[in-house]
Design a protein around this ligand. Structure first.
Ligand code: GDP
Length: 191
């Protein structure tokens, strides 16, 4: 179980990384529900601030979980609102983090279950796979699709992602499948 979650720090410079512990990187476009997901997973109301200006800051936020691993929250990739140079900085920072990081176990890519993978999502997914990074796909806002249509929607999204190894649709509203993600993350940390 996730018993303890603590915000540690926000990095702008990767050389200031905190101590050596396994990391899980959370990526997703702005408004996908990433802050809500961090709050659901850690069972906290406001650990990650919900409803901030999308993509305003270029920081990697480190949350220490159970004193033994980090959830790393990357800024949402709401490219449209960013200037060209800021967009480049974001890509450079994430690339560096992914390429030169032995502590990173895998990437959790969040996509919107109702909207499906956007062009940015597909590009990010492909980019991560090309780097050889394992990607666990978490689809948020499952509650927005009627139960009778959920199976079809899941099949559609998985197809667009060429059937990812691990795909879990969740809801931050009903908390459906949050326990599944929690169990998965904790089992991977203990491996
Ligand atoms: P972020 O920008 O990715 O951190 O997204 P937020 O966590 O701030 O969520 C964006 C909006 O989506 C907010 O209005 C949330 O209340 C809403 N939201 C997040 N997760 C869910 C979900 O699972 N279901 C529904 N219905 N709304 C959600």
């Amino acid at each position: 179980m996730i018993k303890e979650a603590m915000y540690i720090k926000s990095l702008t410079d990767l050389k200031d990384k905190p101590d050596v512990l396994p990391q899980i990187l959370l990526l997703g476009r702005s408004n996908v529900g990433k802050s809500s997901f961090i709050n659901s997973l850690t069972n906290r109301k406001n650990l990650a601030r919900v409803s901030k200006t999308p993509g305003k800051t270029l920081l990697l936020n480190f949350y220490l979980i159970n004193q033994n691993f980090y959830l790393v929250d990357a800024p949402g990739y709401g490219y449209a609102r960013r200037s060209k140079s800021l967009k480049d900085d974001f890509i450079i920072m994430i690339e560096k983090f992914l390429l030169d990081n032995q502590d990173l176990l895998f990437v959790c890519l969040l996509i919107d279950f109702k909207v499906g993978p956007t062009k940015d999502d597909l590009n990010t997914y492909q980019f991560l796979r090309q780097l050889g990074r394992e990607v666990i796909v978490v689809a948020t806002k499952k509650d927005k699709i009627p139960k009778t249509k959920q199976f079809k929607q899941e099949k559609l999204i998985k197809g667009m992602l060429s059937n990812p190894e691990i795909f879990i649709a969740i809801s931050n509203v009903t908390k459906e499948n949050i326990d599944k993600v929690e169990t998965l993350f904790l089992s991977r940390i203990d491996e």
